[in-house]
Design a protein around this ligand. Structure first.
Ligand code: HEM
Length: 365
């Protein structure tokens, strides 16, 4: 019997992840003042957990379970997906964070297995990212305000992406000095996250500095600087990466200029969504044509249409952040709505590309 889970068994996990994405998106729009029916509007407080844990946590745990090829790894995305569903269905408060915290512990265990197999800086970075997620979820479970968990969730997503980029840079390994700068950036980031739990302003300022240094490192070291000169898919991926790094830098700068992350309000919204939407989703757009074939065994043939959701994401985020910085609530609300449209266009565009790939395969073209 195979130790892995067949592709059909992975689909329900993705369904749970995408239910979190769309309901989380609607919950975010409700927070910007857009009207939704009561059951959706009541999810407003769960917007952050649904996006960071229900969607990203489940997708990342699924990807790592596939790479691990062990049945137990799939308990990670299963538990986080069920945790998100429990939150959506209004299960008594602690059930959702309990399931999500357990699921994140499975991701941490899987990441430690990878680290034991391959004692490299990138596997360590991935494991530290998973550890941040567990700690953030424990704060949520302990009933602390959501904003206190947010730096840990940012750490989870940023370290996961940085670790994966570092792995891919093995073709063109960074110099000893560059590796030291990477380690320093990660240490500043981790120190800021840990400190934020006790001294919010000082901790988030350090987090901002870590995000800024890491973005400069990625801009300078990533192979995307070379592949952007190519054509087709490699060029598209490189454009996603390089523009994503600009949002990462802007998020760090925004935290530093605002004197910390704050907790709610315009500067909080701007810094958070520059990293969580601008940086993280640019990475998702760029990596989807590589990750989906590995997880679902379907091809995602490249088409220039891929640039449309990416351009919409960047333009709409600029509108939203301008609204935040200039205190223009209408800009913020419309920017948020167009952010949602960009994500929808990406999902529909990807489905269309998969269907085209399947049709091509059938006709043997
Ligand atoms: C696509 C459109 C999105 C919209 C319209 C949206 C909207 C919002 C709003 C209005 C807030 C409250 C900000 C404040 O307190 O002033 C918020 C907070 C937050 N958002 Fe988003 N967001 C979006 C995408 C995302 C994504 C992709 C993530 C990824 C993880 C995310 C994670 C968070 C988190 C963690 C918080 C903090 C939660 C809290 O303090 O309760 N959001 N979002």
């Amino acid at each position: 019997m195979s130790a892995d889970v067949p592709v059909a068994g992975r689909v329900p996990l993705l369904v749970l992840a995408f239910a979190s994405l769309f309901l989380g998106l609607a919950a975010g729009l409700a927070r910007l003042g857009w009207l939704f029916p009561a059951p959706v509007a009541e999810l407003a407080a769960l917007h952050g957990p649904l996006m960071a844990c229900g969607f990203f946590g489940t997708v990342i745990s699924l990807e790592r379970a596939v790479a691990l090829s062990r049945r137990w790894g799939y308990f990670g995305p299963l538990l986080t997906g069920l945790g998100a569903a429990a939150g959506i269905l209004g299960a008594p408060f602690a059930i959702a964070p309990i399931l999500v915290a357990m699921g994140s512990a499975v991701l941490l265990a899987a990441s430690l297995v990878f680290y034991r197999r391959q004692r490299e800086l990138f596997t360590l970075t991935l494991a530290l990212g998973a550890a941040c997620w567990v700690l953030g979820n424990l704060l949520w479970l302990a009933g602390r305000p959501i904003y206190l968990a947010v730096p840990f969730w940012i750490g989870f997503l940023v370290l996961t992406i940085a670790g994966e980029r570092l792995e891919l840079s093995r073709v063109l390994p960074p110099s000893a000095v560059a590796r030291r700068v990477f380690v320093a950036a990660i240490l500043v980031l981790l120190a800021g996250i840990a400190l934020s739990a006790f001294a919010w302003t000082a901790g988030t300022l350090l987090l901002g500095a870590g995000l800024l240094v890491l973005s400069l490192w990625l801009m300078r070291q990533d192979v995307a600087r070379r592949t952007v000169k190519g054509r087709g898919l490699p060029r598209f991926i490189a454009v996603c990466l390089l523009t994503g790094y600009v949002w990462l830098a802007l998020s760090g700068l925004s935290i530093l200029v605002s004197g910390g992350l704050g907790y709610g309000g315009a500067s909080y919204d701007a810094a958070l969504h520059a990293v969580l939407l601008g940086f993280v989703f640019s990475m998702v757009f760029g990596h989807a044509p590589i990750i989906l074939p590995a997880v679902l065994r379907v091809a995602v043939p490249y088409t220039p249409y891929f640039y449309l959701p990416l351009a919409l994401l960047h333009a709409s985020l600029l509108v939203r952040l301008t609204g935040d910085w200039m205190m223009l609530p209408q800009w913020r609300a419309w920017g948020g709505a167009l952010n949602g449209l960009a994500l929808l266009a990406f999902v529909l565009g990807t489905i269309a590309a998969v269907l085209r790939g399947l049709a091509k395969k059938k006709t043997g073209l």
